[in-house]
Unconditional design. Structure first.
Length: 369
């Protein structure tokens, strides 16, 4: 993996780094902050009316499934499924793709979500999926790449199988967290966005055969690609202001969402991505490669929502972004079939020397905080 970055700088409003993939700064503000401010100009009542119009068009009169929602019992997907069912009178078919190293809490939340009245198709992790995650971890520093691929591709394939005309994901992360603006105002985001979210490295790039059956839920061939173009591919954040605290309240009240008493080591809260252990390593690798970890992302959201000052965020980022999730190191070793030494060596080879300075045996991020 090649890096060629200039000295790292941060958004003057939040903590977003200039080295985040596809982000751009304008007058010192990152894409995410610019887009956040643009939300004030959106006619949200008009967007809601548009969603009603779409739902009225695709709703099945016989009570069959009429929208696919990628959902696994987390706060955001639970909220989206609940709103579509309760407010918009849709009959969602939910698709759960098992993440690598799912926690007991993750399974409990999924079970509670089902009990609250939702039908869920479960796509469980296979040996092939694990092998692919190991390959992408070693080659690209992407320890859950097969899972990320499946949460975009599997819902589309399920929609095609059941002849469902719409798939509704949660937030459109590219524009919300600092990526490209191209999809911010698009109702149907198309299929190119998903390739972008995979860093233009689809699973088929790592396969000898592009039609490998073991990777059916995480790869898409030309025929499927063309057929999936007909499906409406939406994000809930297009229709309503994204509010994670609101989602959390609804998911706790109606779907029995529980969260971990003990937060993960490089996290700043105990209710985000608590269903799996691999996300902590995924975000640590993002810190090593691009200079932003879990704390940078979460504090930036909190700053934009006026729930945290930048001064306090700086202290949090300095403390948490650099932390390796040691609590799960045995789980990672078992999952990838590596000893501890090889796991650490594989992780550290992705330290970006263009943004890290080495002092002795330690590397330090070079930025303006």
């Amino acid at each position: 993996m090649k890096f060629n970055f200039k000295k790292i700088t941060r958004c003057k409003n939040c903590m977003t780094v200039s080295t985040r993939p596809r982000t751009k700064f304008k007058s010192g503000l990152c894409t995410a902050c610019i887009n956040y401010n643009q939300r004030k100009k959106i006619d949200w009542k008009k967007r809601e009316k548009l969603l009603w119009k779409i739902c009225d068009k695709v709703r099945d009169k016989n009570g069959n499934y009429d929208v696919v929602v990628p959902a696994g019992g987390g706060k955001d997907s639970s909220y989206v499924a609940w709103m579509l069912k309760k407010k918009f009178k849709m009959n969602p078919l939910c698709v759960f793709c098992e993440p690598p190293l799912i926690t007991d809490l993750g399974w409990k939340n999924l079970k509670n979500f089902e009990k609250s009245g939702f039908d869920v198709i479960k796509i469980l992790e296979t040996k092939a999926f694990r092998n692919m995650n190991k390959i992408t971890f070693i080659k690209e520093g992407l320890p859950q790449h097969n899972w990320i691929s499946s949460i975009y591709i599997a819902p589309l394939k399920i929609a095609k199988i059941f002849n469902i005309k719409m798939v509704m994901w949660g937030e459109e992360g590219e524009s919300m967290y600092g990526g490209k603006n191209s999809y911010r105002d698009r109702l149907d985001v198309g299929l190119k966005l998903f390739n972008l979210k995979l860093n233009n490295k689809p699973i088929s790039n790592f396969l000898r055969s592009k039609n490998h059956e073991e990777y059916y839920w995480s790869t898409i061939n030309k025929k499927d690609y063309n057929e999936c173009k007909k499906i409406l591919k939406c994000h809930w954040s297009f229709f309503e202001i994204w509010d994670e605290n609101k989602h959390l309240k609804i998911a706790k009240k109606y779907m029995g969402l529980k969260y971990d008493k003990l937060k993960q080591e490089n996290a700043i809260n105990n209710h985000s991505h608590t269903d799996q252990k691999m996300f902590a390593l995924h975000m640590h690798l993002a810190f090593l490669k691009y200079g932003f970890g879990r704390a940078t992302t979460d504090t930036s959201i909190a700053i934009r929502d006026k729930k945290l000052t930048r001064k306090k965020a700086i202290k949090i980022v300095k403390k948490y972004d650099k932390i390796f999730p040691t609590r799960f190191i045995k789980d990672y070793c078992d999952y990838f079939k590596m000893n501890k030494e090889k796991l650490i060596k594989t992780t550290n080879k992705f330290i970006n020397k263009n943004i890290f300075e080495k002092e002795g045996n330690k590397s330090f991020l070079t930025d303006n905080i």
